[in-house]
Design a protein around this ligand. Structure first.
Ligand code: NI
Length: 294
C-alpha cells in the first residue's frame, strides 16, 4: 500500500545513479549547513538551529527487549476468511508488515533491527523489486520472515481486468520463488484497492486471503520517525495488523522505538499467516483455543 505520490519517489530511486548523486549532494549540503549555521547567534541572544533533516536513529548499545512469541504454525485453513484487516486471537499477538520492498539500503537495516529483537515480520514485496534485489529477499526469508505478494508492478488492481490481475500476482509469485524458493501465502493489494469479486477470485485461484491493516501510521507522508512511532503505539491492539513501508528510511528510523514500545506494552509479534492460523471464532472460544506453547 502507498499513495500515488509515492510513485514520484519510486521513479527517482529507480535511477540508481541519479539517486546516489542526489543523496550524496544532499548529505554534503546538510553537513555544510550544520557546520556553518547550527549555532548562529541572532540579535537578542536567540540561537538559530538548522533542522536535523539527516537524522538517523543511533545504534543501540546494551540490551534491547526481545520478542518471546513461540514457534507457531503458519498453515491456516482456507475457510479462515477472504479479507483480514485484523484477526480475533487469544493473547496479545500482533503482526507488523512492511510494504514495497525490497530496498537495497533500508531493508537490510530493518532486518538488523528486527533480528536484535527476535521479531519476525511480514514483507509485502513488489515482484519487480525482487528481481532487482533477489539477495535481500533471500536474506529476509533466511531470517525467518514471511513474504507476501504485493503484485509485480504496484498498479491499482481494482482498475485492471482479471487477466492482468492474475498476471500481476503470478509474476510476483514467480519472482519470489526464483529469488528465495518460497511461495507467498497471502497478498496485499497496492493502495489497498481490490474489489470483493477480485478478492474472491484470488482466494480461489491462488489461495491468497487479502490482507489489509488495522493500524496505518501514514509513514509514506514522511511525518518524521517520532510521529510514526506514536501513531503505531497509539493505534495497536491485540490481533492488529500494522502497516509500514521499508521503502522509506524514516520508517526504518522509527522502528527501534516503535518495536521496543510495543514489546514493553506486552505485545508479541508473529507473522500474518501465524496470526490467521491462531484465529478464534468468538471471544468465548479463546480458553479452548489457546495456541499450544510447545
Ligand atoms: Ni504498496
Amino acid at each position: 500500500m502507498d499513495h500515488p505520490l509515492q510513485r514520484i519517489g519510486n521513479s527517482l530511486s529507480a535511477n540508481p545513479k541519479l539517486g546516489k548523486f542526489s543523496r550524496r549532494g544532499f548529505m554534503l549540503a546538510t553537513a555544510t549547513l550544520a557546520s556553518c549555521k547550527a549555532a548562529t547567534a541572532l540579535p537578542g541572544g536567540a540561537v538559530k538551529t538548522s533542522p536535523n533533516i539527516a537524522y538517523r536513529t543511533p545504534s543501540i548499545g546494551g540490551s534491547v527487549p526481545r520478542n518471546d512469541a513461540g514457534n507457531f504454525p503458519s498453515n491456516f485453513s482456507k475457510d479462515a476468511g477472504i479479507t483480514f484487516s485484523r484477526v480475533l486471537v487469544s493473547g496479545n499477538y500482533i503482526a507488523i508488515t512492511f510494504d514495497d520492498g525490497p530496498h537495497p539500503q533500508n531493508t537490510p537495516r530493518l532486518l538488523d533491527i528486527l533480528a536484535q529483537r527476535n521479531i519476525k515480520a511480514t514483507f509485502y514485496v513488489i515482484g519487480r523489486s525482487v528481481d532487482l534485489h533477489p539477495g535481500i529477499l533471500r536474506r529476509t526469508v533466511a531470517e525467518g520472515h514471511e513474504i507476501g505478494n504485493h503484485s509485480h508492478t504496484h498498479r491499482l488492481l481494482s482498475k485492471l481486468g482479471d487477466t492482468e490481475v492474475r498476471q500481476e500476482m503470478q509474476r510476483c509469485q514467480d519472482a519470489i520463488g526464483r529469488a528465495a524458493g518460497v511461495r507467498p501465502r497471502t497478498m496485499r493489494p497496492p493502495y489497498g484497492g481490490l474489489l470483493q469479486r477480485q478478492r474472491e477470485m484470488l482466494h480461489a485461484e491462488f489461495g491468497y486471503p487479502t490482507i489489509l491493516w488495522s493500524v496505518d501510521p501514514l509513514d509514506w507522508q514522511r511525518p518524521g520517525p517520532s510521529v510514526v512511532t506514536s501513531r503505531i503505539l497509539t493505534g495497536t491492539t491485540a490481533g492488529g495488523i500494522v502497516l509500514a513501508h521499508d521503502l522509506h528510511s524514516q520508517t526504518v528510523d522509527a522502528m527501534p522505538a516503535t518495536l521496543d514500545g510495543l514489546l514493553k506494552r506486552g505485545f508479541k509479534f508473529v507473522t500474518v499467516s501465524q496470526l490467521i492460523a491462531m484465529k478464534v471464532e468468538t471471544p468465548e472460544a479463546q480458553a479452548s483455543n489457546v495456541p499450544a506453547s510447545s
